[in-house]
Design a protein around this ligand. Structure first.
Ligand code: AMP
Length: 421
Protein backbone atom coordinates (compact mmCIF):
# COMPACT_ATOMS: atom_id res chain seq x y z
CA UNK A 1 0.00 0.00 0.00
CA UNK A 2 1.34 3.42 -0.91
CA UNK A 3 0.81 5.99 1.78
CA UNK A 4 -0.84 9.15 0.52
CA UNK A 5 -0.63 12.74 1.66
CA UNK A 6 -3.60 14.08 3.62
CA UNK A 7 -6.41 15.43 1.42
CA UNK A 8 -5.95 19.12 0.68
CA UNK A 9 -2.18 19.12 1.26
CA UNK A 10 0.69 19.10 -1.22
CA UNK A 11 4.42 18.45 -1.28
CA UNK A 12 7.02 20.93 -2.44
CA UNK A 13 9.51 18.71 -4.25
CA UNK A 14 13.24 19.55 -4.30
CA UNK A 15 13.08 20.85 -7.87
CA UNK A 16 10.33 23.31 -6.95
CA UNK A 17 11.51 24.67 -3.62
CA UNK A 18 13.70 27.35 -5.17
CA UNK A 19 10.51 29.17 -6.19
CA UNK A 20 9.36 29.33 -2.58
CA UNK A 21 12.78 30.42 -1.44
CA UNK A 22 12.98 33.16 -4.07
CA UNK A 23 9.56 34.54 -3.14
CA UNK A 24 10.39 34.41 0.55
CA UNK A 25 13.68 36.19 -0.09
CA UNK A 26 11.86 39.01 -1.93
CA UNK A 27 9.40 39.32 0.92
CA UNK A 28 12.11 39.43 3.59
CA UNK A 29 14.03 42.06 1.65
CA UNK A 30 10.92 44.20 1.31
CA UNK A 31 10.09 43.84 5.00
CA UNK A 32 13.53 45.09 5.93
CA UNK A 33 12.94 48.31 4.01
CA UNK A 34 9.66 48.92 5.73
CA UNK A 35 11.36 48.05 9.04
CA UNK A 36 9.03 45.21 10.00
CA UNK A 37 10.61 42.36 11.95
CA UNK A 38 9.72 38.70 11.74
CA UNK A 39 7.66 37.11 14.47
CA UNK A 40 7.30 33.34 14.82
CA UNK A 41 4.46 32.02 16.89
CA UNK A 42 3.44 28.36 17.35
CA UNK A 43 1.30 26.66 14.72
CA UNK A 44 -1.05 25.54 17.49
CA UNK A 45 -2.62 27.52 20.29
CA UNK A 46 -5.12 26.85 23.04
CA UNK A 47 -8.55 26.70 21.49
CA UNK A 48 -9.72 29.98 23.09
CA UNK A 49 -7.24 32.01 21.04
CA UNK A 50 -9.35 31.39 17.93
CA UNK A 51 -12.71 30.26 19.30
CA UNK A 52 -13.95 33.49 20.78
CA UNK A 53 -17.51 34.47 21.51
CA UNK A 54 -17.42 37.35 19.06
CA UNK A 55 -15.89 35.35 16.22
CA UNK A 56 -18.62 33.67 14.23
CA UNK A 57 -16.89 33.31 10.88
CA UNK A 58 -17.06 30.02 8.97
CA UNK A 59 -13.32 29.78 9.31
CA UNK A 60 -13.53 29.53 13.09
CA UNK A 61 -16.90 27.81 13.37
CA UNK A 62 -16.55 25.16 10.71
CA UNK A 63 -13.01 24.92 9.46
CA UNK A 64 -10.60 24.67 12.37
CA UNK A 65 -8.65 21.54 13.27
CA UNK A 66 -9.43 21.12 16.96
CA UNK A 67 -8.13 18.31 19.10
CA UNK A 68 -7.32 17.27 22.64
CA UNK A 69 -3.67 16.72 23.44
CA UNK A 70 -2.57 13.84 25.65
CA UNK A 71 -3.25 15.83 28.79
CA UNK A 72 -6.75 16.69 27.56
CA UNK A 73 -5.99 20.29 26.73
CA UNK A 74 -8.07 21.69 23.88
CA UNK A 75 -5.78 22.74 21.07
CA UNK A 76 -6.46 24.37 17.68
CA UNK A 77 -4.14 24.37 14.68
CA UNK A 78 -3.95 27.99 13.64
CA UNK A 79 -6.33 28.83 10.79
CA UNK A 80 -4.84 32.33 10.41
CA UNK A 81 -1.92 34.33 11.74
CA UNK A 82 -3.35 37.36 13.49
CA UNK A 83 -4.87 35.86 16.66
CA UNK A 84 -1.67 34.03 17.64
CA UNK A 85 0.39 37.18 17.10
CA UNK A 86 -1.98 39.20 19.29
CA UNK A 87 -1.97 36.46 21.95
CA UNK A 88 1.83 36.70 22.02
CA UNK A 89 1.76 40.52 21.93
CA UNK A 90 -0.44 40.57 25.02
CA UNK A 91 1.30 37.70 26.82
CA UNK A 92 4.69 39.35 26.34
CA UNK A 93 3.29 42.73 27.39
CA UNK A 94 4.54 44.23 24.17
CA UNK A 95 2.02 47.07 24.63
CA UNK A 96 4.23 48.37 27.45
CA UNK A 97 6.84 49.06 24.78
CA UNK A 98 6.68 52.70 23.58
CA UNK A 99 7.15 51.60 19.95
CA UNK A 100 4.50 50.51 17.55
CA UNK A 101 4.69 46.73 17.04
CA UNK A 102 5.43 46.11 13.36
CA UNK A 103 5.86 42.47 12.54
CA UNK A 104 5.53 39.94 9.74
CA UNK A 105 5.27 36.18 9.54
CA UNK A 106 5.53 33.46 6.92
CA UNK A 107 4.11 30.12 7.92
CA UNK A 108 1.49 27.40 7.52
CA UNK A 109 -2.18 27.63 8.48
CA UNK A 110 -4.82 24.93 8.57
CA UNK A 111 -8.45 25.10 7.50
CA UNK A 112 -10.84 22.26 6.82
CA UNK A 113 -12.13 23.73 3.57
CA UNK A 114 -13.17 22.00 0.37
CA UNK A 115 -9.87 21.57 -1.49
CA UNK A 116 -9.58 22.98 -5.01
CA UNK A 117 -7.05 24.94 -7.03
CA UNK A 118 -5.80 27.75 -4.77
CA UNK A 119 -7.50 26.33 -1.71
CA UNK A 120 -5.77 23.84 0.53
CA UNK A 121 -6.14 22.44 4.02
CA UNK A 122 -2.58 23.38 4.84
CA UNK A 123 -1.50 26.60 3.15
CA UNK A 124 1.15 29.23 3.75
CA UNK A 125 0.55 32.86 4.45
CA UNK A 126 2.85 35.83 4.45
CA UNK A 127 1.24 38.30 6.80
CA UNK A 128 1.95 41.66 8.36
CA UNK A 129 0.61 43.22 11.57
CA UNK A 130 1.06 46.75 12.92
CA UNK A 131 -0.34 46.91 16.44
CA UNK A 132 -0.79 49.91 18.71
CA UNK A 133 -2.02 52.82 16.61
CA UNK A 134 -5.17 53.90 14.81
CA UNK A 135 -3.84 56.15 12.13
CA UNK A 136 -4.89 56.42 8.47
CA UNK A 137 -1.24 56.78 7.44
CA UNK A 138 -0.55 53.37 8.93
CA UNK A 139 -3.52 51.79 7.13
CA UNK A 140 -2.13 53.24 3.94
CA UNK A 141 1.38 51.99 4.75
CA UNK A 142 0.14 48.42 4.78
CA UNK A 143 -1.69 48.83 1.50
CA UNK A 144 1.39 50.47 -0.04
CA UNK A 145 3.42 47.54 1.22
CA UNK A 146 1.09 44.96 -0.32
CA UNK A 147 1.07 46.92 -3.58
CA UNK A 148 4.85 47.24 -3.50
CA UNK A 149 5.25 43.49 -3.13
CA UNK A 150 3.10 42.91 -6.19
CA UNK A 151 5.21 45.38 -8.15
CA UNK A 152 8.55 44.05 -6.90
CA UNK A 153 7.74 40.50 -7.92
CA UNK A 154 6.54 41.81 -11.27
CA UNK A 155 2.88 40.75 -11.22
CA UNK A 156 0.96 42.78 -13.75
CA UNK A 157 -2.52 41.37 -13.25
CA UNK A 158 -3.26 42.41 -9.69
CA UNK A 159 -5.91 44.81 -8.43
CA UNK A 160 -6.15 46.49 -5.04
CA UNK A 161 -9.69 46.96 -3.77
CA UNK A 162 -10.42 48.90 -0.64
CA UNK A 163 -13.35 49.94 1.48
CA UNK A 164 -14.14 51.30 4.91
CA UNK A 165 -16.50 49.80 7.44
CA UNK A 166 -16.15 52.89 9.61
CA UNK A 167 -15.83 53.16 13.36
CA UNK A 168 -17.89 51.24 15.93
CA UNK A 169 -20.77 53.73 15.68
CA UNK A 170 -20.88 53.58 11.87
CA UNK A 171 -20.77 49.81 11.92
CA UNK A 172 -23.56 49.54 14.46
CA UNK A 173 -25.76 51.83 12.34
CA UNK A 174 -24.90 49.90 9.20
CA UNK A 175 -25.62 46.59 10.92
CA UNK A 176 -29.06 47.80 11.91
CA UNK A 177 -29.75 49.00 8.38
CA UNK A 178 -28.76 45.59 7.03
CA UNK A 179 -30.95 43.77 9.53
CA UNK A 180 -33.91 45.96 8.49
CA UNK A 181 -33.09 45.33 4.86
CA UNK A 182 -32.70 41.55 5.08
CA UNK A 183 -35.46 40.74 7.56
CA UNK A 184 -38.26 40.55 4.99
CA UNK A 185 -36.08 38.13 2.95
CA UNK A 186 -34.95 36.01 5.88
CA UNK A 187 -36.71 32.81 4.73
CA UNK A 188 -35.13 32.90 1.30
CA UNK A 189 -31.56 33.32 2.53
CA UNK A 190 -29.30 30.28 2.95
CA UNK A 191 -29.23 28.62 6.38
CA UNK A 192 -25.89 30.23 7.28
CA UNK A 193 -27.12 33.68 6.31
CA UNK A 194 -30.21 33.24 8.47
CA UNK A 195 -27.82 32.90 11.42
CA UNK A 196 -25.64 35.70 10.15
CA UNK A 197 -28.65 37.99 10.14
CA UNK A 198 -28.57 37.85 13.92
CA UNK A 199 -24.83 37.54 14.59
CA UNK A 200 -23.16 39.58 11.90
CA UNK A 201 -25.31 40.70 8.98
CA UNK A 202 -22.27 42.21 7.24
CA UNK A 203 -21.14 38.73 6.44
CA UNK A 204 -24.27 38.07 4.36
CA UNK A 205 -22.64 40.35 1.78
CA UNK A 206 -19.70 37.95 1.67
CA UNK A 207 -21.77 34.78 1.26
CA UNK A 208 -20.92 32.70 -1.79
CA UNK A 209 -24.28 30.91 -1.85
CA UNK A 210 -26.37 34.07 -1.69
CA UNK A 211 -24.07 36.20 -3.84
CA UNK A 212 -26.73 36.59 -6.56
CA UNK A 213 -29.72 36.91 -4.21
CA UNK A 214 -31.76 40.02 -5.05
CA UNK A 215 -31.68 41.21 -1.46
CA UNK A 216 -27.89 40.93 -1.44
CA UNK A 217 -27.58 42.79 -4.72
CA UNK A 218 -29.84 45.60 -3.49
CA UNK A 219 -28.35 45.84 0.02
CA UNK A 220 -27.42 49.32 1.26
CA UNK A 221 -23.79 50.34 0.83
CA UNK A 222 -21.31 50.62 3.68
CA UNK A 223 -21.00 54.30 2.81
CA UNK A 224 -24.52 55.24 3.81
CA UNK A 225 -23.93 55.02 7.55
CA UNK A 226 -20.45 56.39 8.01
CA UNK A 227 -19.97 59.01 10.71
CA UNK A 228 -18.19 62.21 9.58
CA UNK A 229 -15.08 61.04 11.51
CA UNK A 230 -15.07 57.72 9.66
CA UNK A 231 -15.43 59.48 6.33
CA UNK A 232 -12.53 61.76 7.17
CA UNK A 233 -10.44 58.78 8.26
CA UNK A 234 -11.06 56.99 4.98
CA UNK A 235 -10.34 60.09 2.95
CA UNK A 236 -7.01 60.44 4.74
CA UNK A 237 -6.17 56.81 3.90
CA UNK A 238 -6.89 57.53 0.23
CA UNK A 239 -4.83 60.75 0.30
CA UNK A 240 -1.86 58.77 1.57
CA UNK A 241 -2.34 56.13 -1.12
CA UNK A 242 -2.55 58.78 -3.81
CA UNK A 243 0.76 60.40 -2.90
CA UNK A 244 2.35 56.95 -2.88
CA UNK A 245 0.99 56.29 -6.40
CA UNK A 246 -0.99 53.22 -5.46
CA UNK A 247 -3.59 52.21 -8.02
CA UNK A 248 -6.68 51.08 -6.18
CA UNK A 249 -10.39 50.65 -6.64
CA UNK A 250 -12.95 51.57 -4.00
CA UNK A 251 -15.48 48.81 -3.58
CA UNK A 252 -18.30 49.57 -1.18
CA UNK A 253 -19.38 45.95 -1.09
CA UNK A 254 -16.12 44.68 0.30
CA UNK A 255 -16.64 43.61 3.94
CA UNK A 256 -14.20 40.67 4.42
CA UNK A 257 -14.98 37.42 6.16
CA UNK A 258 -13.66 37.92 9.68
CA UNK A 259 -15.73 39.50 12.38
CA UNK A 260 -13.17 41.78 13.92
CA UNK A 261 -12.69 44.35 11.17
CA UNK A 262 -13.47 48.08 11.35
CA UNK A 263 -12.37 51.14 9.34
CA UNK A 264 -10.14 50.11 6.43
CA UNK A 265 -10.51 46.73 4.72
CA UNK A 266 -8.75 45.74 1.52
CA UNK A 267 -7.97 42.92 -0.84
CA UNK A 268 -5.54 42.26 -3.65
CA UNK A 269 -7.14 40.28 -6.39
CA UNK A 270 -5.43 38.42 -9.23
CA UNK A 271 -6.72 39.79 -12.50
CA UNK A 272 -5.29 37.13 -14.79
CA UNK A 273 -7.28 35.29 -17.43
CA UNK A 274 -8.00 31.69 -16.51
CA UNK A 275 -6.59 32.10 -13.01
CA UNK A 276 -9.54 30.37 -11.37
CA UNK A 277 -12.15 31.17 -8.77
CA UNK A 278 -9.73 31.48 -5.85
CA UNK A 279 -8.31 34.75 -7.05
CA UNK A 280 -7.98 36.73 -3.83
CA UNK A 281 -4.25 36.93 -3.27
CA UNK A 282 -4.36 39.03 -0.12
CA UNK A 283 -6.90 40.16 2.43
CA UNK A 284 -6.53 42.57 5.28
CA UNK A 285 -8.03 45.21 7.47
CA UNK A 286 -8.05 47.08 10.72
CA UNK A 287 -9.08 45.30 13.90
CA UNK A 288 -10.27 47.64 16.61
CA UNK A 289 -10.96 45.47 19.64
CA UNK A 290 -9.09 42.25 19.03
CA UNK A 291 -6.22 43.12 21.39
CA UNK A 292 -8.70 43.78 24.19
CA UNK A 293 -10.60 40.60 23.44
CA UNK A 294 -7.40 38.64 23.86
CA UNK A 295 -6.77 40.19 27.27
CA UNK A 296 -4.77 43.32 26.36
CA UNK A 297 -5.59 47.02 26.43
CA UNK A 298 -8.19 48.42 24.04
CA UNK A 299 -5.82 49.34 21.24
CA UNK A 300 -6.21 48.91 17.57
CA UNK A 301 -4.10 47.22 14.93
CA UNK A 302 -4.09 46.48 11.24
CA UNK A 303 -2.88 43.50 9.27
CA UNK A 304 -3.05 41.60 6.03
CA UNK A 305 -2.15 38.17 4.72
CA UNK A 306 -1.17 36.93 1.28
CA UNK A 307 -1.65 33.29 0.35
CA UNK A 308 1.79 32.10 -0.75
CA UNK A 309 0.45 29.35 -3.02
CA UNK A 310 -1.76 31.84 -4.82
CA UNK A 311 1.12 34.29 -5.24
CA UNK A 312 3.27 31.51 -6.71
CA UNK A 313 0.50 30.41 -8.97
CA UNK A 314 -0.07 34.02 -10.16
CA UNK A 315 3.65 34.27 -10.94
CA UNK A 316 3.47 31.02 -12.86
CA UNK A 317 0.43 32.21 -14.82
CA UNK A 318 2.37 35.31 -15.88
CA UNK A 319 5.49 33.32 -16.72
CA UNK A 320 7.57 35.09 -14.06
CA UNK A 321 10.48 33.15 -12.59
CA UNK A 322 11.86 34.95 -9.51
CA UNK A 323 14.74 32.63 -8.82
CA UNK A 324 16.90 30.04 -10.46
CA UNK A 325 17.36 26.42 -9.62
CA UNK A 326 20.91 25.98 -8.33
CA UNK A 327 23.39 24.50 -10.78
CA UNK A 328 26.69 22.81 -10.04
CA UNK A 329 29.98 24.64 -10.35
CA UNK A 330 31.80 21.34 -10.50
CA UNK A 331 31.24 17.60 -10.48
CA UNK A 332 34.01 15.17 -9.58
CA UNK A 333 34.08 12.01 -11.71
CA UNK A 334 35.98 8.94 -10.52
CA UNK A 335 37.30 6.64 -13.23
CA UNK A 336 38.14 4.10 -10.60
CA UNK A 337 36.92 3.14 -7.10
CA UNK A 338 40.29 3.63 -5.58
CA UNK A 339 39.94 7.40 -6.00
CA UNK A 340 36.92 7.78 -3.70
CA UNK A 341 38.91 9.28 -0.82
CA UNK A 342 40.65 11.71 -3.13
CA UNK A 343 37.28 12.64 -4.64
CA UNK A 344 35.96 13.46 -1.15
CA UNK A 345 38.99 15.60 -0.44
CA UNK A 346 38.59 17.58 -3.66
CA UNK A 347 34.84 18.11 -3.20
CA UNK A 348 35.44 19.21 0.37
CA UNK A 349 38.05 21.71 -0.78
CA UNK A 350 35.67 23.11 -3.42
CA UNK A 351 32.83 23.48 -0.94
CA UNK A 352 35.12 25.26 1.50
CA UNK A 353 35.80 27.73 -1.28
CA UNK A 354 32.02 28.32 -1.55
CA UNK A 355 31.72 26.43 -4.80
CA UNK A 356 28.73 24.20 -5.46
CA UNK A 357 30.15 20.74 -5.90
CA UNK A 358 28.96 17.16 -5.98
CA UNK A 359 30.10 13.61 -6.64
CA UNK A 360 28.69 10.11 -7.00
CA UNK A 361 27.89 7.76 -4.09
CA UNK A 362 25.94 5.18 -6.11
CA UNK A 363 28.91 3.48 -7.78
CA UNK A 364 27.84 4.84 -11.15
CA UNK A 365 29.82 4.05 -14.27
CA UNK A 366 31.95 6.77 -15.84
CA UNK A 367 29.22 7.37 -18.41
CA UNK A 368 26.49 7.62 -15.78
CA UNK A 369 28.57 10.05 -13.70
CA UNK A 370 29.10 12.17 -16.77
CA UNK A 371 25.39 12.14 -17.54
CA UNK A 372 24.56 13.18 -14.00
CA UNK A 373 27.05 16.05 -14.16
CA UNK A 374 25.55 17.32 -17.40
CA UNK A 375 21.98 16.84 -16.20
CA UNK A 376 22.80 19.20 -13.34
CA UNK A 377 24.56 21.63 -15.68
CA UNK A 378 27.93 21.35 -13.94
CA UNK A 379 30.18 24.12 -15.24
CA UNK A 380 33.33 22.07 -14.68
CA UNK A 381 34.11 18.36 -14.65
CA UNK A 382 37.02 17.16 -12.55
CA UNK A 383 37.99 13.75 -13.84
CA UNK A 384 40.14 11.46 -11.70
CA UNK A 385 41.96 9.05 -14.03
CA UNK A 386 44.76 6.68 -12.93
CA UNK A 387 47.52 8.26 -15.03
CA UNK A 388 46.71 11.81 -14.00
CA UNK A 389 46.34 10.97 -10.33
CA UNK A 390 49.70 9.17 -10.38
CA UNK A 391 51.19 12.52 -11.40
CA UNK A 392 49.19 14.39 -8.71
CA UNK A 393 47.00 15.82 -11.46
CA UNK A 394 43.34 15.73 -12.52
CA UNK A 395 41.68 16.49 -15.84
CA UNK A 396 39.64 19.70 -15.67
CA UNK A 397 37.00 20.18 -18.34
CA UNK A 398 34.99 23.33 -18.96
CA UNK A 399 31.62 21.98 -20.14
CA UNK A 400 30.76 25.14 -22.04
CA UNK A 401 33.96 25.63 -24.04
CA UNK A 402 34.69 21.86 -24.01
CA UNK A 403 38.31 22.72 -23.25
CA UNK A 404 40.15 20.17 -21.16
CA UNK A 405 43.52 20.40 -19.46
CA UNK A 406 45.45 18.66 -16.72
CA UNK A 407 45.95 20.66 -13.53
CA UNK A 408 47.56 19.91 -10.18
CA UNK A 409 45.16 18.37 -7.64
CA UNK A 410 46.12 20.99 -5.09
CA UNK A 411 45.35 23.78 -7.54
CA UNK A 412 42.02 22.64 -8.96
CA UNK A 413 39.75 24.46 -6.45
CA UNK A 414 41.67 27.69 -6.82
CA UNK A 415 41.65 27.50 -10.62
CA UNK A 416 37.87 26.88 -10.83
CA UNK A 417 37.22 29.73 -8.41
CA UNK A 418 39.31 32.09 -10.53
CA UNK A 419 37.72 31.03 -13.80
CA UNK A 420 34.22 31.55 -12.39
CA UNK A 421 34.98 35.05 -11.21
P1 AMP B 1 -7.94 35.22 4.99
O1 AMP B 1 -7.08 34.89 6.19
O2 AMP B 1 -9.10 34.29 4.84
O3 AMP B 1 -8.26 36.65 4.87
O4 AMP B 1 -7.03 34.87 3.73
C1 AMP B 1 -5.95 35.65 3.32
C2 AMP B 1 -5.34 35.01 2.11
O5 AMP B 1 -4.86 33.72 2.42
C3 AMP B 1 -6.33 34.76 0.99
O6 AMP B 1 -6.47 35.88 0.20
C4 AMP B 1 -5.69 33.63 0.25
O7 AMP B 1 -4.70 34.12 -0.62
C5 AMP B 1 -5.04 32.84 1.34
N1 AMP B 1 -5.88 31.69 1.74
C6 AMP B 1 -6.90 31.67 2.60
N2 AMP B 1 -7.41 30.43 2.74
C7 AMP B 1 -6.67 29.63 1.94
C8 AMP B 1 -6.68 28.24 1.63
N3 AMP B 1 -7.54 27.41 2.19
N4 AMP B 1 -5.78 27.78 0.73
C9 AMP B 1 -4.88 28.61 0.16
N5 AMP B 1 -4.83 29.93 0.41
C10 AMP B 1 -5.70 30.44 1.29
Amino acid sequence: MTLKKVKGTYDVLPEESFRWQALEAKIRELMEHYYYKEMRTPIFEYKEVFHRQSEQSDMVQKETYDFFDRANREITLRPEGTAGIIRSYVENKRHANPDLEKVYYIGPNFRYERPQKGRYRQFYQFGVEAIGAENPGLDAELIVLAYDLIKKIGLRGAKVRINTLGDTKSRAAYKNALIEHFKPHQDTLCADCQNRLINNPLRILDCKIDAKHNAVLSAPSTQTHLTPESKAYFKAVLDHLDVCNVHYEINNRLVRGLDYYGHTVFEVEADIEGFGAQNVLCGGGRYQHLVKELGGPDISGIGFAFGMERLLSALESEGIELGKEIVLDAYVIKMNDKHTILASKIVNDLRNRKLIANLDYQNKSFKAQLKEALRHQAKFLIILGDDEVNQKMVALKNTKTEQQENVLIDQVGKIIKERLE
